[in-house]
Design a protein around this ligand. Structure first.
Ligand code: SAM
Length: 303
């Protein structure tokens, strides 16, 4: 039987293959047609938000493979689902959760998290690439998620009120705009700053006291050349709540292995500094080990 996700992908893919436009541009057009009622996927029942997200995701992956661009890197579901689960637990019991993704790309990570949290959630997405913003904006409309978009360098001043949870799959590398970087504590005295460091600082500046930052980071973040600058910053300005190592098997190249860093913004009522959770995600195909791991995460999040 064909699933709703497959039907949605087939609708977008057929529309796109018939178009003369660049694949990703045509994906946006197919989604707009769907929104306006001009053309529809052949669905026998109303799709869930996750089915819509996954159907579009399959088309976007195909488009990114066809016209590879170095910064077109959608966050894979293996990481998105885990961050969604953790964000859902941290948000539990609170109404009207606000989210920020300062490097939102296609929005795949952000929408996975929004779908995991549920209905009462709003978000702000910042992204420098105009095509990715148009793609993520049309996806948000189909998902009926209230999202405000900013097409800009997220490390420049952001007109965003502090949010409950910031999530981001951080862009990794050097940030070339030294003048702008001088406004950050994490600008080194010599050379360019690491953009992933500045993104952490900017994200925590836009997170409410008591709120959380959930980041996909390079696994060697704490051993890198500029780690000596990062350590005191994190100690002074944030509470490190967890460092979760992702399985090596998720990454083709050992040099690009990632982890998840969870920070909390200090708040006035904080009495004791909680212990840092240091954990390693087991092989995601090992259901029993994965279920035990998620139980551990749930206990930690409930503390
Ligand atoms: N989570 C995204 C998704 O699911 O599609 C993928 C994020 S990707 C790893 C990092 C993104 O950061 C890219 O889309 C890139 O264009 C964006 N980016 C890089 N530098 C930026 C900047 N200074 N301001 C805003 N966005 C930036």
């Amino acid at each position: 039987m064909t699933t709703n996700t497959e039907k949605i992908f087939a609708f977008i893919d057929t529309y796109t293959e018939e178009s003369e436009k660049l694949y990703l541009e045509a994906v946006i057009e197919a989604c707009r047609e769907w929104l306006s009622g001009g053309a529809q996927p052949a669905l026998s029942e109303i799709p869930t938000k996750e089915e819509i997200r996954r159907g579009i995701q399959l088309a976007v992956l195909k488009g990114m493979k066809r016209n590879a661009q170095p910064h077109h890197q959608m966050t894979p579901d293996s990481m998105g689902m885990l961050i969604g689960h953790i964000a859902g637990k941290l948000a539990k019991g609170n109404q009207d959760i606000s989210l920020l993704d300062p490097a939102a790309g296609t929005g795949n990570l952000l929408y996975t998290v929004m779908n995991a949290i549920g209905n009462e959630v709003t978000a702000t997405a910042v992204e420098i690439d105009d095509l990715l913003v148009r793609l993520s904006a049309v996806t948000a409309e189909l998902l009926e998620h209230p999202v405000t978009f900013y097409v800009q360098d997220a490390l420049r001043p952001l007109l965003v009120d502090p949010v409950d949870i910031t999530v981001s799959d951080l862009p990794v590398g050097y940030y070339p705009d030294d003048d702008n970087a001088l406004q950050y504590e994490l600008m080194p005295t010599e050379g360019h700053a690491y953009s992933h460091h500045l993104f952490i600082e900017q994200s925590m500046n836009h997170t409410k006291p008591g709120g959380y930052g959930l980041f996909i980071i390079p696994a060697n973040l704490f051993e890198s050349e500029q780690a000596a600058l990062l350590h005191p910053f994190l100690k002074k300005r944030t509470i490190i709540r967890a460092v979760i190592q992702l399985p090596d098997s998720l990454f083709k190249n050992a040099a690009y292995v990632k982890s998840i860093l969870i920070l909390q913004k200090p708040f006035a009522e904080m009495k004791v500094t909680p212990d840092v959770l240091l954990a390693k995600v087991p092989s995601m195909t090992d259901k029993k080990a994965m279920s035990l791991f998620l139980q551990k995460i749930d206990l930690w999040a409930g503390e």
